[in-house]
Ligand binder design. Sequence first.
Ligand code: GLN
Ligand code: ZN
Length: 764
Amino acid sequence: MVLSSVLGFPRIGANREIKKAVEAYWGGKLPEAELLKVVAEVKKYNWTTIKAQGVDLIPSGEFTLYDHVLDHSVAFNAIPKRYQGHGLSLLDIFFAMGRGRQQGSVDVPACEMKKWFDSNYHFVVPEIFEGIDFKLNYNKALDEYKEAKAVGVTTRPVVLGPISYLALAKASREASAGYSPISALSKLLPVYEQLLSELKAAGVESVQIDEPVLVLDSAADLAQQYETAYAALSKVSPSIVLTTYFGRLGDNLSFVSKLPIAALHIDLDREPKQLAAVANAIKPTTLLLSLGLVSGRNIWKTDFAYASTLAEEAIAILGEQRVIVATSSSLLHTPVTLTNEKKLPLEQLDWFSFATEKAAEVATIAASVSKSTSPAVAAALAANKESIAKRRAFEKNSDDAVRKRVAAITPEMLNRQNPFSIRVKAQHEHLKLPKFPTTTIGSFPQTKEIRTARAKLGKKELTEAEYNEFIKKEIETVVRFQEKVGLDILVHGEPERNDMVQYFGEQLQGFVFTQNAWVQSYGSRYVRPPIICADVSRKGPMTVEWSSYAQSLTDKPMKGMLTGPVTILNWSFPRVDISREMQSKQLALALRDEVVDLEKAGISAIQVDEPAIREGLPLRRVDWDGYLKWAVDSFRLSTAGLTDKTQAHSHFCYSDFNDIFPSILALDADVISIEASKSDMKLLNAFKEFSYSNEIGPGVYDIHSPRVPSVEEIKERITGMLQLIPDNLLYINPDCGLKTRGWKETEAALANMVEAAKWARQTY
Ligand code: GLN
Ligand code: ZN
């Protein structure tokens, strides 16, 4: 019998119970005891739901109220000093580390968050130093194992492995220079030994230890640590199922296959080609192989025939007893259940599979390759066959016009008419820009009134015409304010946009939207990524009306605002039947038409935002160039239709792109704005080093906080920036869009910013 397993489940609850309860707790509206009741209900729901789908190995311990990495830090007592001594409970310390705390006499910012591998999930970065006092504050894996047992479900506890935990950590402020968290391994291992031996004593048979770092190049340098750690842990632990996901083991297989573990899990959704190599490498051992066949990263129904072929290949090498059928990773990156989608046409509903449905899929595939004779399994297989055939037929309905256009992309289409050195002159003359032009990143405060109006439109309490009138008024307010405060390149403020991806997805051909397909981004923040299901094209102009209206109100240049192709792709669920490159190019062509239309309508600066370009980077260095080539080409394709005199702007809020710097140069945007106010200018060194010669606006203040920067402070930042950036290239702008800010601080901050720019014009 081939067993089935699920590596982890979404934490939000089928009806967003956890999000709501946690936010109510933060707001002081729900006592801790009530919060914990909701938590217990949702965990029970998760376990019993997975079990009801027929899954053999059910995860516990991976549930979290904020982030699972943060859970480990608090449990291991890796709590930075600034969160201690305030008399907070461990739960409140946990939340304070996740989101900061400003209450009573306590005022501490949140710990740093980083993207979890190549996903849009963010984890809270552990902070480690030489003197850290690791101890086990509580054993969450054990507690949840017992809790599940009490409601009748035997689970396989999940923990993040010690090497991945430390490899994802950073040295804390107390650490000495050059300190590397991995050197704390010998101190951390006893905590893991205690945790695992307590599991064993409680009768746990096997434990899932996640070591996703093993799919990175950098793991090659950690072979020694892996050997030491797992030699120690295997002595005291229940049998260890070591899980890797989001990529391939590659050369790391050479030491991983020798670790004293009971089973190894690999991601065959992302990297099906690694199967034979891994299966053959472990063949002489007694290791079980857990096959990640059901994607934890997308929402498409699994093709059982294809998945079974892979499973049978593994069985042929290892035998049935040594194979497990599993999800590729935790299902935390997928929505809870399809049954909450009431508005999707049946045809589309049949294409998808969310976490609950995916749990059923692993069970069915496992039963199928175990030669089950159950009629229910036979029926599920038949239904899957039919459904996949229908989807394939639909996917074949490609839009010939779009495909032809992509095939006909020529190198000239990627290039502006003239190099930047020529364009810049035409642009400054055309836009009549002063030295150190001031601008903003696009959005202005999304006020309660704006959200209410949008909700009313949705409920048909406002007519389209009434809503449009309302938006026009908002735009006018934003324009008048910018004129008054003295900004040089204005924006319309984006009041009409719910979300920078959804807004475009809704207007493009080829997207599907869900009602409830929420996926965790960080903490209690969830997003609902649109689904790309067919070839993408533009139905008609998307932003031209609003931008031209805004331009009609002023003589100052109005900047058009679009989300870039790579970002739309990365923040959607992409199709899996065609490449990401193809989807990105289709999006780029649609945006190219929009860019050209905006220029025709008299817009002379157009910003194409690409904040997600770094996030889409493959995990392995050898795969970078391929991605960066099409990502850069897509951006260029979308902007190169402009004539010389129109500026192409771009914006990156996550500006951790030192390692992909040449690609930022290659975008050939006329002006880029980047997040820089928090980065100690380190980032700007790269611009100097690479002699970046297009225009650039490093953010002069942080928009993530309501704090108003003083004129002096901004002057200082400008002075600092001018050490590294030539004065003829510098723009002055905030770090990012202002949508999450209130009007009061926005007005004050921008007034100070303009003041500082005026000073700079006189001084330099
Ligand atoms: N133009 C967008 C805004 O200002 C950019 C948002 C982003 O970079 N994430 O809101
Ligand atoms: Zn931004």
